[in-house]
Design a protein around this ligand. Sequence first.
Ligand SMILES: Cc1cc2nc3c(=O)[nH]c(=O)nc-3n(C[C@H](O)[C@H](O)[C@H](O)COP(=O)(O)O)c2cc1C
Length: 189
Amino acid sequence: MTKQVIIVLGSPRKNGNCAILAEQAAAGVRACGARAETIYLHGLTMAPCNACESCQTATETDCMIDDELTALLPRLRQADALLIASPVYWFTFSAQTKLFLDRAFFALNGPQGHALKGKPIGLIMAFGDADPFTSGAVNALHAFQDICRFIEAPVAGMVYGSAFGAGDIQKQPDLLQEAYQLGRKLGSD
Ligand SMILES: Cc1cc2nc3c(=O)[nH]c(=O)nc-3n(C[C@H](O)[C@H](O)[C@H](O)COP(=O)(O)O)c2cc1C
């Protein structure tokens, strides 16, 4: 069966640096004969997790919140691998990405069991500062590793680089190639 990779884009910029790297990764996924589907978070109506914890005990639905993100959660169950692409905002993930991660709490124990256990997950990040430490990218990279360890999902790879203006990442062909290779890994693992 054709493998399916879900790419979650957490930048509001549809043509920004994360989107460009994510598209490279999608090309890598497709080169393996797998399917890549991108979820553009910023365009969705989505409420933050309200801590009802129904997702941990519910028998029928993954999330009790009724919005456009809930409708997409089953795709994470169907996916073979996941790629999260986020800019660094205020020294960590963008708010859109963090909201998605909170809502992905369902993955631990929804009605059909653990949604992401054992599925490879990759990360793409862009940040404006020249350095991953002073930019705060390291905070998000550490959080990502902690999340993967906690949900028992293998880290497929982390591709990150400095670029400020939308599209500036195009000037870094090595990084574009890294993103492509991450896509290949996700599409074939
Ligand atoms: C609200 C906001 C907060 C930001 N905070 C940071 C930051 O803490 N560290 C940093 O290095 N860059 C920061 N940036 C710059 C972005 O990370 C940078 O422009 C990145 O390339 C955006 O990626 P995108 O084009 O995929 O949206 C911030 C940008 C915005 C709009």
